[in-house]
Design a protein around this ligand. Structure first.
Ligand code: MG
Length: 263
């Protein structure tokens, strides 16, 4: 019996500003059946609040802010648990990460204005205003001894018209190359944030299902945590790729559309 469903957002509930065809009816029916419904996105560009606002604008009301996990929020939780509150960060990512980090009391630097200062952490995710100067500051921070953290390593994310844009992983790869250093990764497929969701839900791993469109993040995190997984074919993965998956990439269920979850 599945007590908690954890939905990825991009490619699952929506593509850009376009709601996926059966998302609204599927969520409403799962809610009616009494399931706990969570969202978990690797995308660190927005705050949890702004994801709730976006979902509400699309007519989706099942996700309360306490039921939304992002790699940005998970990064802030991780630093807080590590006792790093008050330490300094140079970040390359969107406002979502900036707001989550400042909310827990981190001292956050971003952009290329002002003097370059030594920092304790360099944190990298997707950033629509990425540039050479930011890359250089991240590199200098890490070479100067800062710990390198990646919010996520997704190479791409899908848009409305079926095209792909560069994800956080593309920028993380640039910083990795420039610094010669491997990051500690917070988001999926690493289990840190997923396990936080299970504890909020009061669900054991085998009472939870992760529903996503990407094998190497959504499906892998479920398998690593011992949870069920549903791969929906409305995002970045094709049926051929899903059927050819091996090891930790094998989904429990392949869903042609989200409403196949209700069967
Ligand atoms: Mg996705």
């Amino acid at each position: 019996m599945i007590k908690a469903y954890v939905f990825d957002l991009d490619g699952v509930i929506y593509r850009g500003w376009e709601l996926q065809e059966t998302a609204a009816e599927t969520l409403a029916e799962l809610e009616r059946r009494g399931a706990a419904i969570f969202a978990y996105t690797n995308n660190a560009m927005r705050t949890r609040r702004s994801y709730v606002d976006k979902l509400n604008k699309l007519g989706i009301t099942q996700f309360h802010v306490d039921k939304v996990m992002t790699s940005a929020y998970a990064t802030a939780l991780y630093l807080k648990e590590k006792g790093s509150v008050g330490k300094s960060v140079y970040m390359i990512a969107g406002d979502g990460l900036y707001e989550e980090l400042t909310a827990v009391g981190m001292k956050v630097y971003r952009g290329t204005e002002g003097e370059e200062v030594p920092v304790d952490y360099v944190i990298v995710g997707a950033d629509k205003d990425f540039n050479y100067g930011k890359l250089a500051r991240a590199q200098h921070g890490i070479l100067g001894g800062a710990e390198f953290i990646a919010t996520n390593t997704d190479p791409t994310y899908p848009l409305e018209n079926g095209t792909l844009n560069p994800g956080g992983g593309s920028l993380v790869a640039a910083v990795k190359t420039a610094s010669g250093t491997e990051p500690y990764v917070i988001g999926k497929p690493y289990t840190y944030a997923f396990e936080k969701i299970l504890s909020i839900a009061g669900a054991a791993p085998d009472e939870a299902m992760m529903v996503g469109d990407r094998l190497d993040t959504d499906i892998a995190v479920a398998n690593r945590a011992g949870a069920y997984s549903g791969l929906v074919l409305t995002g970045v993965t094709t049926l051929e790729e899903a059927e050819a998956a091996t090891g930790e990439l094998v989904p429990t269920k392949i869903l042609r559309r989200l409403s196949d979850l209700l069967d």
